[in-house]
Design a protein around this ligand. Structure first.
Ligand SMILES: O=C(O)CCC(=O)C(=O)O
Ligand SMILES: [Fe+2]
Length: 361
């Protein structure tokens, strides 16, 4: 993308100078490295603390769950992670409570916000501590500390509802329904838990290419192209035909399965898409997001109270971001009468350098 296109897009969006500078650096491979170096220096002390705390946790737990960076994913077997039954049960309550509101939410949601809804706001999350507990268990944090090089942050907890799309054949897929890499950092872990059975492509399964194959695909695609300006995607979205040209369909992994199936996925190193839900179907998936404290590109995050855990414990570290935001800042009650999408805009308007929302739940 040429510079002038970048500039026009920035002008159209009416974003501040700091944000413009950030995006023009973030969009290039070298700029990303520079930003990464800058974050590392800025958070040197915190990184050290998190690295030591992570090593202690890995030693204490024996780190039973490991993610192979060449794969960038790992399925979780029943019983491997504590708290998952409570989590699934709790999410059922969230979905039941939201069910009467869904037609209105869908009718109100503009464009890309219609692909996947997060049914939890900060308040809803606060009422359901079992969701956070499952995401900061010693076992999961040990795994994430091993993979990310220190105790990470739990930045998002979401109950994602993806509605069936009106014209699955006629309407082109968009946003996170197209293959992309998430761009907050060069590694992160998303924990996905199926809350409904995902049987086949009609249910819009999360579909991804393992990390080594993704690297190869991007090489064949002619390097890692930049994402659209102002997007949380560092690369992509790619048209299906482009992906089809360089990817063996047999290499794609789909998150189909019965309710309760759990996947850990590095969405920064694996090319992925999802939520291509066909008309008349729906998909509900829980998502927890673990990212490094010194991540390169901040996207909206939940307000979560670290106060339930002892100070300096791995759990408290995982819930203490570098900058605090007011509760409900990014994620106000999604079921409130006024469309959440419009209130999100309000929260960001006029804030200096705040990034836009991600498109997916
Ligand atoms: O909706 C999906 O399955 C894909 C979502 C996605 O791209 C993500 O969570 O990073
Ligand atoms: Fe994604």
């Amino acid at each position: 993308m040429s510079n002038s296109v970048h500039q026009d897009a920035h002008r159209d969006r009416g974003v501040g100078l700091r944000t413009r500078l950030h995006y023009s650096m973030y969009a290039s491979e070298l700029g990303f490295r520079v930003l990464k170096g800058h974050r590392r220096l800025t958070h040197w002390g915190a990184r050290k603390q998190r690295s030591l705390a992570g090593k202690a946790l890995i030693k204490r737990t024996g780190c039973p769950i490991k993610i192979d960076p060449e794969l960038g994913y790992r399925w979780i077997e029943p019983g491997e992670l504590p708290g998952m039954d409570a989590l699934i049960h709790s999410c059922d309550g969230v979905i039941d409570g939201a069910r009467p509101h869904l037609p209105r939410l869908e009718a109100e949601a503009p464009g890309r916000y219609r692909i996947a809804f997060d049914l939890l706001g900060d308040d809803g999350l606060d009422e359901r501590p079992e969701l956070v507990d499952a995401m900061v268990s010693d076992e999961l944090l040990a795994c994430a500390s091993d993979y990310l090089g220190g105790v990470p942050l739990l930045r998002r907890v979401a109950v994602g509802y993806s509605p069936g799309q009106e014209q699955p054949d006629g309407e082109p897929w968009a946003g996170s329904q197209l293959f992309h890499f998430d761009g907050e950092d060069d590694r992160q872990i998303k924990v996905f838990v199926l809350l409904s059975d995902v049987e086949d492509e009609r249910d819009g399964p999360l579909t991804f290419l393992p990390a080594a194959a993704s690297r190869e695909a991007v090489r064949k695609l002619g390097g890692r192209p930049v994402g659209p300006v102002g997007s949380y995607m560092r690369a992509g979205p790619y048209a299906d035909e482009e992906v089809r040209r360089v990817v063996d369909p047999a290499d794609l992994v789909t998150m189909t399965g019965k309710r309760g199936r759990i996947l850990l996925l590095d969405t920064s190193t694996t090319l992925h898409q999802g939520s291509r839900v066909h008309h008349g179907r729906e998909r509900t998936v829980f998502m927890g997001v673990l990212q490094r404290f010194d991540l390169v590109h901040e996207t909206p995050f939940n307000w979560i109270d670290p106060g339930r855990f002892p100070a300096a414990s791995p759990q408290a570290l995982a819930l203490t971001p570098p900058r605090s935001i007011p509760r409900n800042f990014f994620f106000p009650d999604p079921l409130a009468p006024r469309p959440a999408a419009s209130r999100r805009g309000e929260a960001l308007d006029g804030s200096q350098g705040a990034p836009p929302r991600p498109t997916a739940a």
